[in-house]
Every structure is written in C-alpha cells, then in structure tokens.
Design a protein around this ligand. Structure first.
Ligand code: FAD
Length: 144
C-alpha cells in the first residue's frame, strides 16, 4: 500500500447543526472502515480540520468526494505526503468537537501552534496543524 497522510481545512456551512456533525461522523466511520482510512476530524470556530490516512488513491478519491459536500465550503488542501506509519491506527475517524473542551486550555493550545487564539488553519503550517490536532485529541481523551 502507498501509505499517505492528507490534511485539509474547510469552513462549515453557516447553519450547520449538531445532527449534521453526527451524520458526518456516522458516514465517515462506516465508509472509512470499509476503505482502510484512519484519521481525525476537528471542528471548532465553524472550521473543520481533518486528517485522512490510507492508500493514496483511496484518500484522494475520498477527499474529492468530501470537497463536494455542501455541509462545508472552500476546502484548502494543507498537505498530502507519504508516511511510514499511521498516527491514528485505531480510529476510522476520531472526532474532536472543540466546544466540548475547556476553552482556556483550547486557546492555550491554539496559541502554542498558531499566531491566533481561534482556529485559523490557513495561518498555520502543516506540521503546526498536525501538532495542534494531536494535542487537541489528547486533551479530548483526558477529558473523556
Ligand atoms: P451518500 O451518503 O448516499 O450521499 C450521497 C450524496 O449526498 C453525497 O454527494 C453526499 O455528499 C450528499 N449528502 C449526503 N447527506 C448530505 C447532507 N445532509 N447534506 C448535504 N449533502 C449530503 N465521508 C467519508 O466517507 N469519510 C470521511 O472521512 C468524511 N469526512 C467528512 C468531513 C466533512 C467535514 C464533511 C462535511 C463530510 C465528510 N464526509 C466523509 C462525508 C462525505 O462528504 C460524503 O457525504 C460521504 O462520503 C458520501 O457517502 P456515500 O458515498 O455513502 O453517499
């Protein structure tokens, strides 16, 4: 397998609701499991930041399908690189809803990896996005 990691960000549609997020996660878990995709989806400040790991052709197809989804817009591809191993091997799509976390801790983490206190991936490098997402996922696990 040609193992790759793809990172992108996008803007949620203005009237996105909790049931939309739930539906996206349910569909992602089902499809990704069947296609050997793993990863992480962060949502906060009306922004999505997602990592997809898996076979290059498969994650490319999935990204292009996701990009057409009207529940978000203006996707920006941040990174698509070959990797030695997966970071999210046990998760077909782990979800982190930033509003479920302690807002001060989230702000501190965002400040650590970006020039802003709100999630603004367009101001961040791919490595900063990756570090932030891993830190948010760890915070999420700790809070659970
Ligand atoms: P179906 O679920 O049958 O959908 C058919 C079509 O209808 C698709 O074009 C779909 O985009 C569209 N659609 C379905 N429900 C809605 C709705 N409520 N509003 C608008 N359009 C809708 N999918 C994955 O497989 N893996 C992922 O990791 C993944 N991550 C996502 C992250 C984000 C931020 C978003 C917004 C969507 C994500 N999706 C993901 C969903 C993806 O965009 C497609 O909706 C899904 O993959 C289509 O699945 P399906 O082929 O079984 O078609």
């Amino acid at each position: 397998m040609n193992l790759y990691r793809l990172i992108y960000s996008s803007y949620a549609k203005s009237d996105l609701e909790y049931h939309d997020l739930k539906a996206i996660m349910q569909k992602s878990e089902k499809n990704n499991q069947a296609e050997g995709i793993t990863g992480l989806l962060c949502y906060g400040d009306s922004i999505f930041l997602q990592i997809l790991e898996g076979d290059r052709t498969v994650i490319s197809k999935t990204y292009h399908r996701i990009a057409l989804d009207t529940r978000h817009h203006t996707p920006e591809l941040i990174e698509c690189i070959p990797i030695e191993s997966r970071l999210f091997g046990v998760w077909s799509m782990k979800a982190v809803n930033i509003s479920d976390l302690n807002s001060q801790q989230v702000r501190n983490l965002i400040l650590k990896y970006s020039p802003s206190t709100t999630l603004q991936p367009h101001t961040m490098t791919a490595q900063q996005c990756l570090n932030l997402m891993q830190a948010l996922a760890a915070l999420y696990d700790k809070a659970a």
